[in-house]
Design a binder for this molecule. Sequence first.
Ligand code: ARG
Length: 462
Amino acid sequence: MTKDQNQMWGGRFAAGPDAIMEAINASIGFDQRMAAQDIQGSRAHANMLAAVGIISDTDADAIGEGLLTVLSEIEGGTFQFSTALEDIHMNVEARLKELVGEPAGRLHTARSRNDQVATDFRLWVRDQMDAAIEGVDALMRAFLAQAEAGADWVMPGFTHLQTAQPVTWGHHMLAYVEMLSRDKSRMQDARRRMNESPLGAAALAGTSFPIDRQMTADALGFDRPCANSLDAVSDRDFALEFLSCASICAMHLSRFAEELVIWSSAQFRFVTLSDRFSTGSSIMPQKKNPDAAELLRAKIGRIFGANVALMMVMKGLPLTYSKDMQEDKEQVFDAADNLMLGLAAMTGMVSDMTANRDHLRAAAASGFSTATDLADWLVRALGMPFRDAHHVTGSLVALAEKRGVDLPDLSLVDMQSVHADITQDVFTVLSVEASVTSRTSFGGTAPDNVRAQIKHWKEVLA
Ligand code: ARG
């Protein structure tokens, strides 16, 4: 046992306790992703300190120049990150000291790592939110293009994954455009709320220096400074809102991924995925697997996990900052990476996929999908109460099943054996085309509705 190994557990750990403390304490391994934001925040802070006369212009210039050098070293991959210096904030400041000397020591006036990290992280999350909004937009366009290509193509609509009623391909595609537009507006709302600057809250209580928080807020593109210094350093709602927006959006991606897995199977053949987003099997030559959709469906769980994990980190913390909060970043980084990857992969799959119009139509016409149209005809033509019409239609479906035919193929004689008043006119409502064309109620699946919605979304996304 070496002298710095712990008496109790030293045998298990080769490193001494100081090294273990360093390992658990350091965040530089991951928070270096916020280097650009850290430097941006420090530059704004230094400029403000000079503007209000807390430091000299000469010092502010030296700090500003030095920080740009640090940034170029980090971007160029020549920067030496040190675990002993814990995090990105201290790594940057230490290098600044090497580069510009004494003025570097004045940068941290009227500031703490607590408001610094809160500021950096907000800037980082805000960038991701903007990127996610763009990603959602691109996917909306991909779905819209699919809707336009097959606005009036008929496919089965499902409930319980059982054939329910015929719908149009365009209508199904536009359902995802609706979901994504809610994702986008949720993200825009959250972005607006997060856009306040924690910088200048200092450790937790504010500062006695005559700082100008509006000035740093403006320089960093924030709408205003956070109004309460305690809240400013202890709040991570912005990260949680990002994760919850990301989770809901990811859930939408996962649902379509699931549809693609089903639809691309040999049993359904509703769509053909492009080779770019499929893989083959090493043993079964006929296989073309929807791997991208499957992986996307699985990866989405990590985003939900991150959301729950950060809630767990935050729920027990008294005001204000606790070191627990250092655990906020990896979750958000991982979730953001996976959301962006998921959006890109889904946009690729949707843009590339080919809907198999004939299979869609054939599937729509099976499973007695126009039974509701038949019941509606009994109500309209014979004045029957819907409940009775439902019952009569049920008997007709049973008869068709017995004959081994679909509803439009029953003879009029057969129909009249169930209800004597049925006339030849009933056959006009039994085709899948007639079914979808008749569903013109607002929000319904009729091709005319779909075309009007496509026009609407093209204007919105223009
Ligand atoms: N690395 C820290 C974090 O990510 C920075 C803030 C440290 N503040 C402190 N009081 N120790 O949370």
